[in-house]
Write a protein that binds this ligand. Structure first.
Ligand code: SAM
Length: 217
C-alpha cells in the first residue's frame, strides 16, 4: 500500500485488514458487531424507494443490510478508494441491479452529480484531519437532496479520560490519532454550520458509538 494520504491516519486500511475487515470488527467487538450494525441500519429508517450514497463503503456489508430495506425502486451507490474493498463489494452485490460501486476518493470534489435521499458515513469521517472532514461534509451535502438525511454512524462524543482504563487502552492502541479529537467535537453544531437541522441520535456500545441523523435544509 502507498503511504497514507494523511499521516497517522488508519482509515485507509492495509490490504490485509481490508480483506478481513468484517471478521476483525466482529472479533474486536467480542461478536457484537453484527448485531450492532443491523440495529443501526434499522435505525436509519430506510424507505423502499430511498436512493442511498454510502461514502467509504468498505466491503459492502452495510449496503447488503440496507438492501434488505429498499424495494425494487431503491438504489445504493457505494464509494471507496480501496481496490480490495472494490473487489469485495462487487463480489457481494453481483447481479443486484439496485446496487453500484464507484472507485473514488471522498475527500476531493467528486464527479457524482446525482442527489440522494440519504448519505451514509459509517466509521469513516473520524479518521481524517478536521479540515479534510469539512471537505467530506461538503461532498456529502452536495450529494443530498433538500430535505435528505445525512447519517453519520461513528464514535459518539465522549471524554476519553472517563473511559474505564482497559477501554481507553484498546481505543488508544487501535484507533488513529484523528479519532481522539473527533470525539471531543460538537457534531450537531458543526453540521448546523453546514446547513443541517432536525438532529436525531441513537447510541450503541455503552454510548461509545452513535448514529447521528441530520436533515439538509
Ligand atoms: C473503517 S472502514 C469503514 C467501512 C464501512 N463504511 C463500514 O462501516 O464497514 C473505512 C473505509 O473508508 C475507506 N476510505 C478511506 N479513505 C478514503 C478516501 N479518502 N476516499 C474513499 N474511501 C476511503 C477505506 O478504504 C475503508 O473501506
Amino acid at each position: 500500500m502507498a503511504k497514507p494520504l494523511y499521516e497517522g491516519s488508519k482509515i485507509e486500511l492495509t490490504p490485509t485488514i481490508a480483506r478481513h475487515y468484517d471478521r476483525i470488527m466482529n472479533t474486536i467487538s467480542f461478536g457484537k458487531y453484527d448485531r450492532f450494525i443491523r440495529r443501526a441500519i434499522l435505525d436509519m429508517e430506510i424507505s423502499e424507494d430511498d436512493e442511498i450514497l454510502d461514502l467509504g463503503c468498505g466491503t459492502g456489508k452495510n449496503a447488503a443490510l440496507m438492501a434488505d430495506h429498499i424495494g425494487e425502486s431503491g438504489r445504493i451507490t457505494g464509494i471507496d478508494l480501496s481496490p480490495v474493498m472494490e473487489k469485495r463489494f462487487l463480489e457481494k452485490h453481483a447481479g443486484d441491479q439496485r446496487i453500484e460501486f464507484q472507485k473514488q476518493r471522498i475527500d476531493i470534489p467528486f464527479s457524482i452529480k446525482k442527489q440522494f435521499d440519504k448519505v451514509l458515513l459509517s466509521f469513516v469521517i473520524h479518521g481524517f484531519p478536521h479540515d479534510v472532514r469539512k471537505r467530506i461534509l461538503e461532498n456529502a451535502t452536495a450529494s443530498l437532496k433538500k430535505g435528505g438525511k445525512l447519517m453519520i454512524l461513528d464514535f459518539a462524543e465522549f471524554d476519553m479520560e472517563e473511559m474505564p482504563w482497559h477501554h481507553r487502552l484498546v481505543f488508544k492502541k487501535v484507533e488513529c490519532i484523528y479519532a481522539f479529537d473527533y470525539i471531543e467535537k460538537d457534531w450537531k453544531e458543526i453540521l448546523g454550520s453546514h446547513g443541517y437541522e432536525n438532529f436525531k441520535e441513537q447510541h450503541y456500545f455503552r454510548n461509545y458509538a452513535r448514529l447521528l441523523s441530520a436533515e439538509k435544509k
